[in-house]
Design a protein around this ligand. Sequence first.
Ligand code: B12
Length: 314
Amino acid sequence: MAKANGGGHETPSLDKRALWCMAAVTTRTGIGQHTLRAWERRFGFPKPVRLPSGHRRYTDEQIVRLHLIGQAIALGHRAGDVVGLREDRLKELLGGSNSRLGGMPASEVQLLEKVRAFDREGIVSDLAHAYASLGLRTFLRERFVPLTAAVGDAWEAGELAIKHEHFLSEILEDTLRTLRTPLEHGGQGRPVVFATLPEERHGLGVQVAALVTALAGRRVRILGAEIPVDEISGAAQHLDPLAVGISVTAHTASVVTAKALNRLRKLLSGRTALWVGGSGADLVTGLDAEIQRIIGIEDLEAELKRAAAHDSDA
Ligand code: B12
């Protein structure tokens, strides 16, 4: 869609380069139009070519760089740290975890082979081996999250089908639940309630965040995926949680989500924090100042530690 000097959205070409309108950039990179404007204002990138009409147009090089930035954010980097980086630095940063199969570590390539063969036992045993040898925290940070990003990219590149992605997601959810359940008995303090908003079916982020929270010794209550704001606030009234944690991917990082989160913030008591995490959290613009973005596992651990130290009735 919308290549600016050809096809549907016809525009004058300012030079010989292909130029893309904002909607096309959003479709190709998954980065929303508000976010593109906010980054341009805050970080000076992407600086578009301006048509005489004032409309923004973007080059292929900018789209490539935006795609890499999106991947870096999906891996837990902050927008402020990566939006200004040049293409070579971004590639360096993504390094071994960069997701095209060519750049993948051997362990991930083997695992994806097992996904293609629907080899559940093999995958479960590889994952068990990885978390036993690395420890849970390192496993989650260095294996699990990069693996899901790799699967997404392999799917996008046509190297895995949707049936493979669903198949692996089920195994990953089972694994996270199995790891979390024994920890729940020791959970203490006011709980953290986790959910995703309507339209957000990606529930793995919730499972990871809940496991990290349980590992920190904190009680957890998972509502699940696609939960209406009023239901979440109703559960919070009942539970008086330390925080409500909402997981957002690039798929729902939109104005609608920002509005829903701002409404949820108003419905929650002042005693309950509202945390927004997940690979799309940094892409949501227009959030009320009291809403906290907690992007990666380390940030979540730090926040849980802080809460345990400061809340008398935590
Ligand atoms: C697994 C997956 C699915 C599974 C989800 C299964 C499930 N049970 O969750 C299925 C197959 C259902 C799916 C469906 C779709 N998906 Co999908 N999916 C993914 C994939 C591969 C992984 C996402 C994920 O779960 N990551 C694992 C979590 C653990 O990582 P994370 O989100 O980075 O979270 C980390 C932290 O941020 C933190 N965290 C997460 N949440 C929270 C919350 C709080 C409060 C805190 C504190 C911390 C925290 O924990 C993690 C540790 O760092 C991504 C690829 C990617 N690069 O993300 C695509 C991806 C998100 N999907 C995508 C798309 C397009 C879709 C579909 C639209 C496909 C389709 N045409 O049907 C649908 C949409 C469904 C919907 N309505 O939501 C795109 C989104 C791009 C975009 N801009 O829209 C992606 C990026 C793939 C791609 N490269 O194009 N998907």
